[in-house]
Design a protein around this ligand. Structure first.
Ligand code: 5GP
Length: 194
């Protein structure tokens, strides 16, 4: 998605060879107009899949997922990283190792919101090693629901996430695929000269 790539080039900040900071439009301040375009793109890509729910993880997955769910006309559910006091024991639980925080969190989703009649689209802001997506897939499986696929705003293709998810048999659609962050410079997969 050209507009997203332009935002990454102009407003992204390469923190290291592995980490990109995009708190100017996605992870802290949110560019609502850009997120609306992201939502439209995902909705277009997955419109034939009969999706009934969009599932993401708090907090950075919520903005693009909200816009996608609005376009698809489905509810959005976000997995919680901390168990809420108002949440009873009626929950699906999965463990997720966080790439950025380097700690393992238990994520939870109420059993009230996903069941075997659902077809679920999983969305997230970044794909690194696939741990967040695999944790969400585990919850969809526990619910006995159908997986439509995985939508990612920014994929770091030099990490193993896509490989893990495709190996497990899932459709992965990423709106921007980063080949490298080396030397403080973003190179996209589709810019590679072969
Ligand atoms: P994974 O679970 O695929 O290893 O990592 C994806 C999760 O880690 C995303 O939910 C995202 O919040 C975070 N993440 C991974 N890499 C980056 C990065 O380069 N920048 C930012 N801002 N978040 C990242």
């Amino acid at each position: 998605m050209e507009r997203l790539k332009q935002a990454i080039r102009e407003r992204g900040n390469v923190l290291s060879n592995e980490v990109l900071k995009v708190d100017t439009f996605l992870n802290h301040q949110i560019d609502v107009d850009l997120m609306a375009a992201v939502g439209k793109e995902f909705a277009q890509l997955f419109k034939e899949e009969g999706i009934t729910k969009v599932l993401t993880i708090e907090s950075s997955g919520i903005a693009p997922s909200f816009m996608t769910a609005a376009d698809l006309g489905t509810p959005l559910i976000f997995a919680r990283k901390k168990k809420s006091l108002t949440m009873n024991e009626n929950v699906y639980v999965s463990k997720v190792y966080s790439f950025t925080k380097q700690e393992t969190n238990e994520i939870t989703v109420s059993k009230d919101f996903i069941n075997e009649n659902d077809t679920v689209l999983i969305l997230d802001d970044f794909l690194a090693n696939g741990q967040a997506a695999l944790g969400l897939i585990n919850i969809v499986k526990q619910a006995g629901a159908n997986m439509a696929g995985i939508g990612i705003v920014i994929e770091k293709s030099f990490q193993d996430g896509r490989n893990q998810l495709e190996k497990a048999g899932y459709r992965v659609e990423s709106l921007a695929r980063i080949h490298s962050l080396e030397n403080g410079h973003v190179t996209f997969v589709d810019e590679l000269v072969t």
